[in-house]
Design a protein around this ligand. Structure first.
Ligand SMILES: Cc1ncc(COP(=O)(O)O)c(C=O)c1O
Length: 413
């Protein structure tokens, strides 16, 4: 029997023989189960680095060595950040910066696995729907693999850094007059017709790669996890991956307790929060709207997987408005760290939960920053130019004549 098998993501029941990870059914998602997979903490420590593939036994034990399509993803820093702890009214806050991945977002972790597997299976054209970062990542990894890629993105709400990456790496970029959810429905249908290999996070290989954020975090913290792990949430792939990673880390004896997971959505794109607040009521999709375009998603595909993750970890879901996201982003940027708007929802959510007294001042919090500051330069610029009021932390540039006296007076002003 193959040690890796597909199972129903909710019930754990075996998937039918013909279940295809590259043509997922959104109504019934599959996850990988690697029977008998084991990896000791000492081995992880001895390897020291290696990113996603440092954990290969738990990610994809059967992929032949050398078959990886890699751009050296993972090994992202965990940065202690006292100024952000102060901003949130807490004593101990660190950020794990996934913007330090090859294409500037966490997507690379899942993409190295999904593209490696797709190439190994003989796929020729890979596809995704995207708010931008998945498109950038898929474009780069397909180029690296020598495969074609098609990305379907909203014409109106894709940040310029991400669009530029997808174009530059040679993806076929299709911009639709519609939102991410429409794009997602289209590519799911096409993949099920057998024309394309889908590599969105509905694909269980993506989840396997994204699990390594949590594995790496556990190792970085000497196997003593934080009290809270807070992350921005859109399609809920990370929520799914983190719950699975924590389940596996506990089963392996790596950690004795799990952090509480907190999924933070933008207020205009918060169907998961609405469900959570009603005791995990059935998902009611919304027409999503937020400046944090990476999480502008109204019908999250991994909803059921995410419910399981929150239930298992005593987790929470919370919504923050765009003003709070932009304010948190200004704080993250001023700390010298920097991240794209959606990423900073994690810090905004932490601040809100600390203000409510849900997160206590003495507790240890890790916020995930999911994407690089340069992904969305327009939003950063517009905030600081005061175009996205209110902007209490605005730092507008100042135009001066090209004369020394003007420079002197500007410095003393
Ligand atoms: C920067 C960033 N943060 C968060 C998310 C949301 O992640 P998930 O879909 O796993 O909830 C995305 C998804 O595109 C993203 O690009």
């Amino acid at each position: 029997m193959s040690p890796s098998r597909l199972v129903d993501a909710q019930s754990g029941e075996p998937a039918p023989e013909d279940a295809d990870p590259f043509a997922p059914d959104p109504k019934r998602l599959w996850d990988w189960q690697h029977d008998g997979a084991s990896l000791g903490r000492e081995t992880v420590e001895a390897r020291g680095s290696g990113g996603v593939w440092r954990f290969r036994e738990l990610v994809d034990p059967e992929l032949p060595i050398g078959a990886e399509v890699s751009l050296t993803e993972g090994d992202t820093p965990l940065l202690d950040c006292p100024t952000l702890a102060d901003y949130c009214g807490l004593g101990n806050l660190s950020v794990k910066h996934e913007g330090r991945n090859p294409t500037g977002s966490f997507k690379d972790r899942g993409m190295t696995v999904a593209v490696s597997r797709a190439r190994h299976a003989g796929a020729r054209v890979l596809a995704c729907a995207s708010t931008g970062n998945t498109a950038a990542s898929l474009a780069a990894y397909s180029a690296r693999a020598g495969l074609r890629s098609v990305v379907v993105i909203p014409a109106q709400a894709t940040a310029s850094g991400k669009l530029s990456q997808a174009i530059a790496h040679g993806a076929r970029v299709l911009q639709i007059e519609g939102d991410f959810d429409a794009a997602m429905r289209m590519v799911l249908d096409l993949a099920r017709e057998g024309d394309l290999a889908l590599v969105n996070s509905a694909n269980p290989w993506r989840i396997e790669g994204q699990k390594t954020i949590v594995f790496e975090l556990c190792a970085q913290l000497a196997w003593d996890p934080p009290d809270w792990l807070v992350f921005p949430a859109g399609n809920l792939g990370n929520a799914a991956a983190f719950g699975k990673a924590l389940r596996e880390a506990r089963a392996l004896g790596w950690i004795e307790r799990t952090p509480r997971l907190v999924a933070v959505q933008a207020a205009g794109a918060a169907p998961f929060v609405t469900s959570f607040e009603a005791g995990f009521a059935p998902l009611q999709p919304v027409a999503a709207e937020t400046l944090a375009t990476a999480i502008r998603i109204g019908a999250p595909v991994s909803f059921h997987r995410a419910v399981r993750s929150l239930r298992e970890t005593g987790g929470l879901a919370i919504a923050v408005d765009d003003a709070a996201i932009l304010d948190a982003k200004a704080a993250v940027d001023r700390a010298g760290i920097g991240a794209e708007p959606a990423s900073c929802a994690s810090v905004a959510g932490t601040r809100a939960l600390a203000a409510r007294g849900t997160i206590l001042p003495g507790e240890r919090v890790v916020c995930l920053l999911t994407g690089h500051l340069l992904k969305d330069p327009e939003t950063t610029r517009d905030y600081h130019l005061g175009r996205l009021a209110p902007a209490p932390q605005a730092n507008p540039p100042c135009r001066i004549p090209a004369r020394l006296d003007a420079l002197r007076s500007a410095l003393t002003a």
